[in-house]
Design a protein around this ligand. Sequence first.
Ligand code: NAP
Length: 533
Amino acid sequence: MQDFDALIIGAGVSGLYQLHCLRALGLRTRVVERASDIGGTWYRNRYPGARFDSESYSYAYSFSPELLAEWNWSEHFAAQPETLRYLQHVAERFDLRRDIDFEREVVAAHYDDDDQIWEVAFADGGGARTRYLISAMGPFSSPTMPDIRGIENFAGEAHHTANWPHEPVSFAGKRVGVIGSGATAVQLIPEVAKTARHLTVFQRNPNWCAPLLNSPINDADQARIKADYDAILALCRESYTGFMHVSDRRNALDLSAEERDAVYEKLYNEPGFGIWMGNFRDVLVDEAANATLSEFVANKIRARVNDPVIAEKLIPRNHGFGTRRVPLETNYYETYNEPHVRLVDLNDTPIERITAHGIRTSAEQHDLDCIVYATGFNAVLGGFEHVEIRGRDGCTLKDKWANGPRTLLGLTVPGFPNLFTLVGPHNAATFCNMPRCIEQNVEWVTDLLRHMRDHGLAAVEASAVAEAEWTTHVHESAERMLLTKVDSWFTAINSNLPGRQDRHFLLYAAGLPTYRRKCDEQAESGYAGFTFS
Ligand code: NAP
């Protein structure tokens, strides 16, 4: 049995940086990763069209000025292969691989209160003991397949986007079906349409999408980005969700319709999440304000899709713009103007079963050579449900969170000493330009472990009182937000998981600056919300 000071689950963006920081602290640290290489979400999601929805240079790690200076992004929104190359570069540059075990999956972790040690079991039968257990599993590590009769009978090729093969998948000459219409499907569908003989999209609920407007980074851009790094990072730091988009302090409803639409028009024609994150402050909290934005975007969809019946089917009716994750798209709506692309509205004609030859809806059989499941994840909670994490009193984290997560700072949980949940539920990182919040998470955990080392402390545990205060703060600060009132992964709704009917808010929606302040206050108070032993 191996012994470590710290064991990190996952070698994605957060696990890599946490390893770097804890090594610098002098802790014997090991990362265990179930995949064959580093990258986490960027290793698994290699479907055609996968790319950043964050400006590349706002996504990069900021902890090393040398790294920022030496890496040249080729596009404003880099594609998945480039991001994976970047993470591989980081792993080489900081010599991280020597402390990572690949193809090693954690199945259970039990806290031994007598020894103040986590006992960790691996799928291969091995195990380890560690003082600190750090989850860097990421919010999207548990893909979900749809619960459709006959799914196992399909004789053609089938792939979930989050388990995409490493060999190239060719759609040339094939009849392809895609199930799903989330951020993943919206990136994938135009790419599949480029080569498929026929593409059928099976859509249940459409999402409000906005143009990505990606472009290459030329030499002049590159020089400007490098010169502006401090300003870019400062902007992200002060923004609500860590993006380079700061919300407009005005209210949509205080302006005339013409003034409002002029702002929407400008934002719609700018790259990235500006139309979501840089919009008027009331559009995500006030239904009437939100309706003005939704109507504006609906008209864009009507203008871009030739067939008015299809256009109406692509316009969401059950939620307003920005109340679910906004997919960013490149020619998504124009794809439906192609003669070989068909949209099937599952509300009109639900899928009855999957057959050997394709998908049968209540109206007809769709013969297919390939089915792509872009059906999403058991988001945020999936990793914690997959691994049996048992705390001081023998209770599992899954059971503790059965009626919704309860944490302190989305990073620690009473009853689970020395466990840290990077990008966990009720942590700002779940609703963030991830690396911006990941760096904050990792540095906060590192500071706490330094504090413990310096004071000779063996175990830290969040107090029940502080947990209750944090959970109340999470819910109160989100109460006004329209996104708490909508079914999506933000509210833990996943139709493919039995028993997931009640909404449990998973995000932290008071914004990154408030989150950082709350975390800093804990540190400055000597970690008042925690007990040490
Ligand atoms: P998702 O947003 O959960 O979308 C899943 C889609 O599958 C939905 O359209 C859902 O329809 C559909 N679906 C699920 N089960 C179904 C069934 N049984 N029958 C028919 N349709 C079914 O998942 P995702 O698109 O993979 O995205 C998840 C998150 O990953 C995103 O929100 C985003 O945060 C992240 N992501 C990021 C990037 C990026 O940054 N570049 C790219 C992609 C994804 P309903 O809506 O009706 O349930």
